[in-house]
Design a protein. Structure first.
Length: 443
């Protein structure tokens, strides 16, 4: 079952991403939370104590590469299994060979890419061999394994979450590709640093995609007349068909576009909001970054005028985090259009900013004794909690008890403007405020 190239394949140059595939942990880029010095997965690999595991993460972050490094490091037989073309018969054949190898003291690592594509019967066929230790199963998936992998199999595997690579990680990979003999190190390639950064930003965490873009750009680069190749912005635009990718995600244009999106939603203009959203996504902006800003908008600019806005924003955030581009573009569109059409209120934002000002200038204000906890006898003797009124015991579920420090008595931070559903909150707050005034006078 070990893969052998055919006569015809042996003469075909491998893609750049395959040629540059890291050979050991020192060449592996990213996943510091798992592979940094002293981290759990690195310790397991270095001590040859690897068990069955599942790598969960977006495309192009090194799931297959990491499995091959583990196989090489542990001197195990590595079998790359297809979830699409292999049935139960093929699975059992491989398992029997692995069991035979185990009797002779040889480990077998079975790597299953896209393990979520296996049906229940196929996954069940692995189970007895994983239990006996005939194979070390390493599955890779872009889907949440909690939903896609059988519980019995999942319980016997350690799940490691791999993150999308940062733009800085990908820039390092691209520079290595330009310098390494396995890449373009034997050629004279001229490419500006800002274009390397643009490719890295456009890749959106996918190392394989970034290397493919670089390879295409170099192969279609301009002859500099001296035996070298010059890669221009036009070359990259042609290779990606996206002129908008050439913007710095940390520069002015980045902030201009997110500002345009925010202000379009605030101005209840869904068409403009969707346009600015598309500008950013098609330029390679991180969808999770946009989702964070939309989530902020849901409370800052909509708030209790439509309490559902926050739930919709968080749902879109989760969709972006779990499935990524291009699929999550429609989830962000749904959230952006909803925010644009929702009634607006900045009362929550103004409430916090006002309270923050007092909190920062009156840091020494003590918590009133009446609302302090009194878990010890001494605290009770010091009147902690004395006079506390439990609202649930009151007829109206309200008391006139003062909860602010004396110096801030009567201060109002939350001032609802009554737009949308916030009108109901405004009416209720006014009734509560009036009730408390009346009962304090009665006291």
């Amino acid at each position: 079952m070990d893969y052998q190239p055919t006569l015809f394949e042996s003469g075909v140059p491998q893609p750049l991403a395959e040629r540059l595939r890291p050979r050991d942990l020192d060449e592996f880029c990213g996943q510091e939370h798992l592979l940094g010095e002293g981290k759990v997965l690195r310790r397991m690999i270095e001590s040859d104590a690897v068990g069955s595991m599942i790598f969960w993460g977006p495309p192009g972050v090194g799931k297959t590469t990491l499995a091959r490094i583990i196989a090489h490091r542990t001197k195990a037989k590595f079998i790359d299994f297809s979830a699409v073309t292999s049935g139960i018969k093929e699975i059992k054949g491989v398992m029997e060979n692995a069991e035979s190898a185990r009797r002779y003291g040889r480990k077998t690592i079975l790597f299953v890419d896209e393990i979520h594509r296996f049906n229940k019967a196929q996954q069940d066929a692995f189970l007895p061999y994983v239990e006996k230790g005939s194979i070390i199963l390493i599955g890779a998936t872009t889907e949440n394994p909690s939903f896609e992998v059988n519980g019995a199999l999942l319980s016997r595997c350690k799940v490691f979450v791999l993150h999308a690579l940062s733009a800085e990680d990908i820039v390092k990979l691209l520079k290595r590709a330009l310098e390494d003999e396995r890449g373009f190190g034997g050629q004279k390639v001229e490419i500006a640093q800002d274009l390397i950064a643009a490719i890295a930003n456009f890749a959106n965490g996918d190392a394989r995609g970034a290397l493919s873009t670089l390879e295409m750009a170099v192969l279609n680069g301009d002859d500099d007349g001296q035996g070298g190749i010059r890669v221009t912005a036009q070359n990259i635009e042609q290779c990606t068909s996206r002129k908008s990718l050439l913007y710095d995600k940390k520069g002015e244009e980045h902030y201009n576009l997110i500002s345009a999106l925010h202000k379009s939603m605030r101005n209840s203009d869904p068409d403009a909001a969707v346009y600015w959203l598309a500008r950013m996504l098609e330029a390679g902006e991180d969808p999770v970054y946009i989702a964070r800003r939309v989530t902020r908008f849901a409370s800052e600019d909509v708030g209790l005028a439509d309490p559902r806005a926050l739930s919709i924003a968080i749902d879109a955030f989760e969709a972006c985090r779990l499935i990524g581009m291009p699929e999550c573009s429609v989830h962000l569109t749904q959230a952006v259009v909803y925010m644009s059409l929702a009634p607006k209120s900045n009362a929550l934002y103004m409430a916090y900013e006002s309270a923050k000002k007092d909190a920062l200038t009156q840091l020494s204000e003590p918590v009133p004794l009446v609302i302090r906890n009194a878990p010890t006898k001494l605290m009770k003797e010091l009147d902690y909690g004395k006079g506390y009124e439990y609202a649930h015991d009151a007829k109206d579920k309200l008391t006139a008890m003062q909860c602010l420090p004396d110096s801030l008595e009567g201060r109002r931070y939350y001032r609802p403007d009554g737009k949308g559903e916030e009108g109901e909150f405004k009416d209720r707050l006014e009734r509560i405020t009036e009730w408390k005034k009346r009962h304090r006078k009665d006291d």
